[in-house]
Ligand binder design. Structure first.
Ligand code: SF4
Ligand code: SF4
Ligand code: SF4
Length: 597
């Protein structure tokens, strides 16, 4: 049997771990465990010097296994696998212990947190002894991409892919392209025309030899796996059509909040109460008028309609404040005599150039009135003696006074919400939605356009409320991810997946019913279940469900899991014996430079 020589690396994460966990003590305790040849506490393990330290130790000490006690493996397991592989060790001979999220982030008691970190480290050491070298596989990559949605994000993604000479199917359920941006007049904060932004993109998309535009078309089925999907689409009144694609970029956008849901505003009941999109239509037509055709003398713009509210959506829709300021400019230009009043909760002006835009809007003599979060201004019809059509009852937060504001036109800044068909799309492409219905990204900071389904990307406001620059940036990012995969020509499939033992499988198909990633199929010859490695996420559901014990989760074998549990249960002991060769020497920590990565 190969001697087991384990290196253990305890990460301080600056003070992120070290603030609560005594990392030096953890390294000392783990350094005394059998088979551990070297144990170090280091400031930033994921930094380049941290990774180089591991690689140097692998070479100098002949390490055969590595344990990194740091953050969640979800964060940096790929980093450390690459580091280990860079020193010639199989990348799957690594195990991580999560002493950040599971210790320092959830405990205050330093002694107890340190003891728990030692325990998790021991469990990782016990487990890594049973790791075996695994080999990744590759699958070919189909170059065509399905882009779902023909709004600004979909158009941008399609063009970026097609300009790189890659084939694109752009599927749009409506009979036109442009999505919600096509409903806008000018855009904030530069007051440039939304039409100009779209027109060039739409005409280029329509003329592009690498893009096939399918309007009034829906995705009805998506089968296969990253690099090799078979999408079935259906155009209104036509037969379903199969499309072979390697990747899918979902850009299905948002729908505007239905203002009828807030009774107090009287939308749909009181003439003169309009939504922001209806005002956009008036501005595009060049006539801002009341329902009776008169020029309004008083225009009130109400922010946060359906957003930042416990009754409806708790989130900020991100574009409404700047769109309201844009209306101030446009109304001022169209109706120089009109008085414009902005009723807002807080002014969110975080985008580039937006704070400056806010300052310029204040110079327009727009009146700003702050109302309290959690309250709703009440809009009613004015009486015969009033010189206006509508009255708004609201409490001014700054003065504390209840006031009644005259208005001829009340503009409701309706927020963004997930589309009614978002659940259908999510099910079709096998991605998840958050509590507000938006599609969930793989990682909110580090992987914002990928999803948990490999090969399916998201971009634009289907992921969360977003303005045009952010939607365009995400679309370009998603297209760049797809292009990088196409350039490689193949996809690497993680070696951690399930494995069926034909000799034990009875063909009951239980595993196929429970697999959340549809990664199980039936072998046509043996009639036994078979794993599709490109789809399998190694979640282990089938392993637990198989009544015959025919399925093994690679890297999650019973032996590995039981050894890990034994390590956790071995509370209080500081030395054990495995029968493997061990020196037990602990190497002192070197000085820690600042992180590079
Ligand atoms: S993020 Fe880097 S520095 Fe922080 S715990 Fe993870 S490996 Fe260590
Ligand atoms: S559950 Fe187990 S026995 Fe049943 S088909 Fe799947 S692998 Fe075979
Ligand atoms: S491990 Fe999970 S993803 Fe893989 S086949 Fe089993 S149930 Fe499906």
């Amino acid at each position: 049997m190969e001697p087991c020589r384990i290196g253990v690396y305890v990460c301080n994460c600056g003070t992120n771990v070290a603030r609560v966990v005594d990392c030096d003590a953890v390294a000392a305790a783990l350094g005394a465990v059998a088979d551990v040849v070297v144990a170090r506490s280091y400031q930033y393990m994921c930094s380049n010097p941290g990774q180089e330290m591991i690689q140097q130790d692998i070479r100098e000490h002949g390490l055969t296994r590595v344990v990194v006690a740091a953050c969640s493996p979800r964060m940096h397991e790929p980093t450390f696998r690459r580091a280990v592989a860079g020193a010639g060790l199989n990348p799957y001979l690594l195990e991580m212990a999560n002493v950040r999220e599971h210790c320092s982030w959830v405990h205050d008691d330093r002694a107890a947190a340190t003891e728990k970190a030692v325990s998790l480290g021991r469990a990782a050491i016990r487990r890594v002894r049973h790791h075996e070298p695994l080999e990744t596989r590759t699958v070919p990559m189909c170059e065509a991409t399905l882009v779902l949605g023909g709004g600004i994000a979909g158009l941008t993604a399609a063009l970026q892919l097609a300009d790189a000479d890659q084939p694109v199917f752009l599927v749009e359920r409506e009979a036109w392209l442009g999505g919600n941006v096509a409903r806008l007049d000018l855009t904030a904060p530069h007051l440039d025309s939304a039409r100009d932004l779209l027109i060039d993109r739409i005409s280029r998309v329509r003329a592009h030899r690498h893009i096939e535009v399918l309007q009034q078309t829906r995705l009805v089925r998506l089968e296969g796996y990253a690099g090799n999907f078979m999408a079935t689409v259906q155009t209104n009144g036509e037969r379903p059509r199969p499309l072979g694609v390697g990747s899918v970029i979902v850009c299905t956008g948002y729908q505007p909040f239905d203002a009828r849901r807030i009774e107090e505003f009287g939308y749909g009941r009181l003439p003169g109460v309009v939504t922001s999109l209806e005002l956009e239509r008036m501005l595009r037509a060049g006539a801002v008028v009341t329902p009776s055709g008169r020029l309004p003398r008083n225009v009130a713009i109400v922010h946060c309609v359906g957003s930042r509210s416990e009754r409806f959506h708790g989130y900020c829709s991100r574009v409404c404040c700047m769109t309201a300021l844009k209306f101030d400019h446009e109304i001022r230009a169209a109706l120089p005599e009109a008085r414009v009043l902005d009723l807002y909760i807080d002014m969110h002006a975080f985008g580039k150039g937006c704070e400056d835009f806010y300052r310029r809007s204040a110079e327009l003599k727009t009146v700003f009135l702050m109302y309290a979060k959690g309250t709703t201004p009440l809009v009613t019809a004015a009486g015969p003696g009033d010189e206006c059509a509508l009255l708004i009852a609201v409490t001014d937060v700054l003065s504390g006074e209840a006031v009644e504001i005259p208005a001829d036109l009340v503009v409701l800044m309706v927020g963004m919400e997930a589309r009614d068909d978002a659940d259908d799309v999510a099910r079709l492409v096998n991605i998840s939605r958050d509590k507000d219905g938006w599609f969930i990204e793989s990682h909110p900071k580090l992987d914002p356009v990928a999803t948990t389904t490999d090969g399916v990307f998201i971009a634009g406001a289907c992921q969360a409320p977003k303005d045009i620059p952010d939607s365009v940036a995400q679309a370009r990012a998603a297209a760049a991810r797809v292009l990088a995969r196409i350039a490689r020509g193949h996809l690497t499939v993680d070696a951690v997946c399930a494995d069926v033992d034909d000799a034990l499988c009875c063909g009951c198909l239980v595993c196929q019913g429970v697999c959340p990633y549809v990664a199980m199929t039936t072998d046509p010859d043996s009639h036994r279940s078979r794993v599709i490695p490109a789809l399998c996420k190694g979640c282990g559901t089938c392993v637990a469900a198989c009544p015959s014990g025919a399925i093994t989760g690679r890297q999650f074998t019973d032996r590995q899991i039981l050894a890990q549990i034994e390590g956790v249960l071995e509370w209080g002991s500081n030395r054990e014996s495995s029968g493997c060769s061990a020196t037990g020497a602990r190497t002192p920590a070197p000085t820690s430079p600042a992180p590079v990565a």
